[in-house]
Design a protein around this ligand. Structure first.
Ligand code: SAH
Length: 248
């Protein structure tokens, strides 16, 4: 079981697999005012940077579940590197339907809400692991500006304009799902550059090391087209944020 190999190639050098920078991840960790010992569950934990740095900086304990074996291995190595291997554990597996044995103070899904079939389903899933008074974290895109056409939405790799909301609309939608929005940290275009542009050097180096690979043509085509596509569409139209929610 794994995610499509292309992501394990293009994001192999990423510590954070979304437009949030290390600085903003630290801001979010402080914003949540977590007590030492707070349990955190992270569905789609990627390479584990959120849990590992928060374990180091705030003394939380954590469980991450991720379907990429590469990212999960990287998460375990990062925990060792930061000296928090006794505080966090990383499980390789499908997080769909995952509910923790012990209730947690923070239940997160940051940039992987398809795990619960969308934002609403993911909030429902995370709620099942959440302690009374706990906080749900949802990382999700929104339109910085509404695309003027469906072609522009597709340029952002969305299926359609209706895939995402504007920021006020996204915030309002959390209310309709029965949650207060109690904090948020938003990515910016520099953060998008760190997420997207970092793939380009990774792809170039991978191509030099793996010219005969079955995915070489795909990666070559992506490296050729991605910088312009990203600058024209995603960078201009797509926003991204992590929203802290407390259910009523
Ligand atoms: N939250 C992390 C990773 C976000 S990228 C971060 O911010 O860095 C999305 C992640 O979801 C990837 O790591 C991918 O491997 C993982 N993923 C995709 N489908 C999944 C599933 N069904 N179950 C668990 N993880 C999944």
């Amino acid at each position: 079981m794994d995610i499509p190999r292309i992501f394990n190639i293009t994001e192999s050098a990423h510590r954070i697999h979304n437009p949030v920078t290390p600085e903003k991840l630290a801001v979010l960790g402080a914003a949540l005012r977590m007590e030492p010992g707070t349990r955190v569950l992270d569905l789609g934990s990627g390479s584990g940077e959120m849990l590992c740095t928060w374990a180091r900086d705030h003394g939380i304990t954590g469980t991450g579940v991720d379907m990429s074996s590469l990212f999960t291995e990287q998460a375990k190595l990062r925990a060792l590197e930061l000296g928090v291997a006794d505080k966090v554990r990383f499980i390789h597996g499908d997080a769909a339907g995952y509910v923790s044995d012990e209730k947690v103070g923070v239940a997160a899904c940051v940039g992987a809400t398809w795990i619960g079939g969308g934002v609403a389903g993911t909030i429902d899933l995370l709620k099942r692991s959440l302690d009374a008074g706990g906080i749900i974290l949802i990382g999700e895109p929104y339109w910085r500006q509404l695309p003027p056409s469906e072609d522009v939405a597709r340029g952002c790799l969305a299926q359609s304009i209706s895939d995402f909301l504007l920021l006020p609309g996204l915030i309002a939608s959390f209310g309709r799902l029965g949650c207060d929005v109690v904090e948020m940290v938003l990515a910016d275009q520099d953060g998008w550059d760190r997420y997207e542009a970092a793939k380009w050097l990774t792809m170039r180096r991978w191509l030099e090391a793996n010219p005969g690979d079955e995915l070489a043509e795909t990666v070559r085509a992506e490296l050729t087209s991605e910088p312009v596509r990203y600058a024209a569409y995603t960078r201009e139209y797509l926003g991204w944020g992590v929203f802290a929610l407390m259910p009523w």
